[in-house]
Design a protein around this ligand. Structure first.
Ligand code: ADP
Length: 269
């Protein structure tokens, strides 16, 4: 088994005795390992669509374009691969802005109602088109949270988009917002009746590039970064996110965001 502990030992003789300095570099080694893995993952993720693009391009140049049906089919595959690369690069840029600390949050008090309303606006039609019931529930009214609206909406979008991807026709997605018992947190629960996630995979789903079923996730157009981005956004707000799931029954993501304290001037009224 590989040891996660690494120590650098330094010996000095210059004072006529020995001074041994032990430095625990576990964290540094981990960071270095995760950096290497990240670069390898990014290269792999980009190489796949580029290889595919190149082979379709070659086939077209070698004569496939003479048949209009084949040409059209190949061009559509190329379009899909290009879209996938564009999504991957968009997600990578977002993560790198977070890593470098450039992505400052622009927080303002927002009523939870407004957030839920926006979610309904964006997803009810999409769900309807996939024959999925989309329900939003608000248990406590008049609650405000201090958030960067665009960012939090992006985090929620990533989670609901997954729910839509992994829930079959006839299923249901519920977004429930309520205060917890302490009245200090708003708990947003996004649950679906989809494929669920195996308990062995569940602890890893927030890791960058982690996908349970690689080929299936690729087919569905995922970059494998959606949940890690959501987690970074929520934690940057001082919030929490966790997931529970049962195979073939569905998945629930629970987001906790701190409630605004004190009086708020209602600009949204
Ligand atoms: P992707 O871009 O592949 O969707 P994510 O980081 O958003 O990547 O999600 C990581 C993985 O977690 C997905 O590939 C999928 O296997 C699994 N997953 C996420 N949400 C759900 C869900 N609602 N139901 C089932 N599996 C899910």
């Amino acid at each position: 088994r590989r040891s996660s502990r690494a120590e650098s030992v330094e010996m000095r003789e210059d004072f006529g005795g020995y001074l041994i300095v032990l430095r625990d570099v576990t964290a540094e080694t981990r960071l270095e390992e995760s950096r290497k893995r990240f670069v390898a993952d990014v290269s792999h993720e980009l190489r796949t669509p580029i290889t595919s693009l190149k082979s379709y391009l070659e086939a077209l140049l070698e004569g496939a374009r003479e048949d209009p049906v084949t040409e059209d089919k190949f061009l559509r595959v190329m379009e899909r691969e290009t879209d996938r690369m564009a999504r991957l690069i968009r997600d990578l840029l977002q993560l790198s802005r977070f890593d470098s600390g450039y992505e400052a949050l622009h927080c303002e008090p927002v009523p939870v109602e407004v957030l839920l309303h926006r979610v309904t606006e964006r997803f009810s039609l999409l769900a309807f088109q996939s024959n999925i019931q989309f329900i939003t529930k608000l248990s406590d009214t008049g609650v405000w949270i201090q958030i960067d609206r665009d960012r939090i909406e992006q985090a929620i979008d990533n989670i609901i988009s997954n729910a839509l991807k992994y829930t079959p026709s006839g299923g249901k997605i519920t977004v429930d917002a309520r205060m917890d018992e302490s009245k200090e947190w708003v708990m947003l629960t996004i649950s679906d009746t989809g494929s669920g996630i195996d308990p062995r995979e569940l602890p890893h789903i927030f890791e960058r590039f982690y996908r349970v079923d690689l080929s299936r996730a690729r087919q569905l157009g995922g970059s494998g970064l959606g949940l890690s981005i959501a987690k970074e956004i929520i934690e940057a707000h001082g919030g929490t996110i966790r997931a529970t799931s049962a195979r073939n029954e569905g998945t629930a993501f629970v987001i906790g965001l701190p409630v605004c304290e004190g009086e708020i001037e209602d600009e949204h009224a």
